[in-house]
Write a protein of this length. Structure first.
Length: 718
């Protein structure tokens, strides 16, 4: 059976074009993973390329895992020699071998977002800076932006437009980098930035990896930032056998540094670039694709393409206007129930996509009341839970005692009577005498610490020393020892609260993770385990076989597909987001439009678009007009729960000619019998406020209680 079998002509061409730079413009659902994996198989079997000379990079662990699994089936044992990984995993692997050239040791730890915030707060405290004026979140975002643009503190300091606030941020950035290095720690952005700096400062190391990776494939190229772009450019500049796959219409990560120019100007960066378009979609119906095409074509900066499919026609996109977010959620539940009753569907076939996580609550509450199983992606990640971070902090100081952030986290967890004052004395004594905090812990009295507390500190250090002796054991054994010997497990068991019980359950689940790792790792050390854990994302835990519907953000849904998709909150100021509307940069609205394109093309069979007349989100009531993206979908692709008119925007909240005049709106009282044009007869059970803006709650048989705004409520007294 030929590698080219079951590929369409454009896919075959992309597989066979192996030499020189290649740009594959792959529309949503066009089979790009199939092309990438078959291209690698073609290189190995037809071009006789050694698998170890091939590097395939993607953005998510899930995508990398899927690619590895497909390659195992295609090329068998040869797949073991391939480098198939995310940008961060690839750089981590390189740095574990080479980082000593930059003054670190190979057992460095990786700080997550929470660790970064802790370190920044330490620096602010030492510099006597107000954390309200210099918000740690703002600072970490600015530092991340600098790193994504490959700007060291020195480079950032030279920018001509810096003001006093910028200078202070850069000073904090400078101290932050020094402290990371002192702690033998990296953050996520360092993984890529330091690899690029390593290649620039050490040409011999760059040459070694250039010679190793003679063929490079990059997935989702439209999402690359400056640092990722430069990493690929450096690695590919010798052999120039670079194949990038992407879709400028799905570039939705500008807010985290992605630069759409990287894909739009690829042929300018690499001479003799060949461009192949994959426009045949294997996922969605033509009606869904046509609607998505109509929306995204309103962007001017794009490479023209038009998705098509052999799945002609298909259901129209259903557009529902709800009274509020509760009604919106009820519509979703009711629709799911109706589909399950009449079609051979399962809960896992449904996904609800939201622009913001603030929309999750109302939907979750409705699903819970209806006993519909669901999973949320975008909430608190498993590895961000306190008890899990505590255990990982123990792991980090066992692997790397220089890590003062992790040391501070657990030196008094569980309680040992070692407070902030004692910690500050350890820090100051160490700084004055050129010693690490871990070393000072062996002689805490010298730092002016009282005898009782000093004894606790020595006892804690002895515990860590013992754990370090055991660190070559399997991870599960080490975890159990930490939980038992520190008293962590006992403290939770004695607490006897629901929260403590939940934490104990989470720790049991963590032991499931360690057991799996111990079986599969073949003796890898603690640093390797920590590296793998640090790169796990929330979506990596998505199990397509679990029969539960999914709630997630539109950004989080990228790369996934579902038979039936609800796209919620189709309102101005929510989607597109108010930040984009108020921005002076038209590219921000373009990115929101691309996000709409991504959301629509997640669906295989049906799409439901919903919006609310009134929405309470983050504690505020909002009355937003319909999203402009609704207006960009022609009527022929839409079906509405109500008569959908183009005057909807102009008539919004009484602005049309037929708007009610003051005093013309019917008033309602408790106990009134009313009739709704869709839900039938009901009884008023509550009235809040007065006049046109009164909120009327009506109980409808079989529909529950609906909250309506008097001015717009399609109800009348009976």
């Amino acid at each position: 059976m030929s590698i080219l079998d079951n590929l369409n002509p454009e896919q075959q061409e992309a597989v066979q074009c192996t030499e020189g730079p290649l740009l594959i413009l792959a529309g949503a659902g066009s089979g790009k993973t199939r092309v990438l994996t078959h291209r690698i198989a073609h290189l190995i079997f037809e071009k006789k390329v050694y698998p170890g000379n091939i590097l395939a990079i993607t953005f998510t662990n899930k995508a990398a895992q899927e690619m590895r699994e497909r390659l195992e089936k295609l090329v068998g044992i040869a797949s073991q020699h391939l480098w198939v990984a995310t940008f961060h995993s690839t750089c981590l692997r390189i740095l574990r071998s080479e980082i000593k050239e930059l003054g670190y040791t190979s057992n460095f730890v990786i700080y997550d977002d929470s660790d970064q915030q802790t370190l920044i707060k330490m620096i602010l405290k030492e510099k006597n800076l107000d954390d309200k004026k210099y918000a740690p979140r703002t600072i970490s975002n600015r530092i991340s932006n600098y790193k994504n643009e490959l700007k060291t503190p020195d480079a950032a300091q030279k920018e001509p437009d810096n003001n006093y606030f910028d200078d202070q941020i850069i000073n904090i950035y400078d101290e932050y980098q020094k402290r990371l290095k002192n702690n033998n720690a990296l953050d996520f952005d360092d993984l890529i930035m330091l690899t690029v700096l390593l290649f620039k400062e050490k040409p011999d190391i760059l040459q070694k990896y250039q010679e190793r990776f003679k063929y490079i494939l990059v997935d989702e190229y439209q999402d690359t930032n400056t640092a990722q772009y430069m990493l690929i450019k450096l690695l590919a500049q010798k052999h120039k056998n670079l194949c990038v796959v992407g879709d400028d219409d799905q570039s939705i990560y500008q807010w985290r540094g992605a630069d759409i120019k990287n894909i739009l100007s690829f042929e300018e960066d690499y001479e003799e670039t060949k461009i192949i378009k994959l426009e045949q979609n294997y996922r969605s119906t033509q009606n869904i694709l046509s609607a998505a095409n109509e929306v995204v074509k309103n962007n001017s900066r794009r490479k023209p393409k038009s998705l098509w499919t052999e799945k002609e026609g298909g259901d129209k996109i259903f557009y529902y206007t709800a009274q509020d977010e509760v009604d919106e959620a009820f519509f979703i539940v009711r629709t799911i129930r109706q589909i399950l009753d009449r079609e051979q569907k399962e809960y896992k076939d449904f996904a609800v996509l939201c622009r913001t996580t603030g929309q999750f609550r109302a939907i979750e509450e409705s699903l819970i009341r209806s006993n519909i199983p669901y999973r949320v992606f975008g909430g608190t990640k498993f590895y961000d839970r306190k008890e899990i971070k505590d255990i990982l902090a123990y792991f980090k100081i066992i692997a790397n005692p220089l890590d003062e952030v992790s040391l501070k986290r657990v030196i008094n967890t569980p309680k040992r009577g070692i407070g902030d004052t004692s910690w500050d004395k350890l820090v100051n004594y160490g700084a004055l005498n050129g010693k690490t905090i871990y070393d000072v812990m062996a002689e805490p009295e010298e730092a002016g610490i009282a005898t009782k507390t000093a004894k606790s500190i020595k006892g804690f250090k002895k515990l860590i020393d013992n754990f370090r002796e055991l660190s070559k054991s399997d991870i599960t054994f080490l975890t159990n020892k930490i939980l038992e010997d520190t008293g962590y497990l006992q403290e939770l068991q004695l607490e006897k609260t629901v929260e403590a019980e939940t934490r104990l359950e989470n720790l049991q689940e963590f032991l499931t993770v360690t057991k799996k790792y111990d079986i599969e790792s073949q003796g890898d050390d603690l640093s390797t385990f920590l590296s793998e854990i640090s790169l796990v994302t929330d979506i990596d835990n998505y199990d397509a076989d679990e029969d539960a519907m999914v709630i997630m953000t539109m950004h989080g849904a990228k790369g996934l597909e579902f038979p039936i998709v609800f796209v919620t909150g189709m309102e101005e100021n929510l989607f597109p987001h108010s930040r984009s509307i108020n921005s002076n940069d038209p590219e921000e609205i373009d990115e929101e439009r691309r996000l709409c394109y991504v959301a629509l093309t997640r669906a295989e069979e049906k799409v439901y678009l919903t919006r609310a007349w009134k929405r309470t989100i983050y504690g505020r009531d909002a009355y937003n007009s319909p999203s402009r993206f609704i207006e960009e979908i022609p009527d022929k692709y839409l079906e509405s729960s109500q008569a959908r008119t183009r005057e909807e925007k102009s008539s919004f909240y009484g602005k049309a000619l037929n708007s009610p005049t003051p005093g013309s709106v019917e008033t309602f009282s408790l106990g009134d019998k009313v009739e709704h044009n869709k839900w039938g007869e009901g009884v008023v059970v509550s009235v809040k406020g007065s006049g046109d803006d009164a909120e009327v709650s009506v109980a409808f048989p079989d529909q529950g209680i609906k909250k309506l705004i008097s001015r717009y409520a399609p109800i009348k007294k009976v």
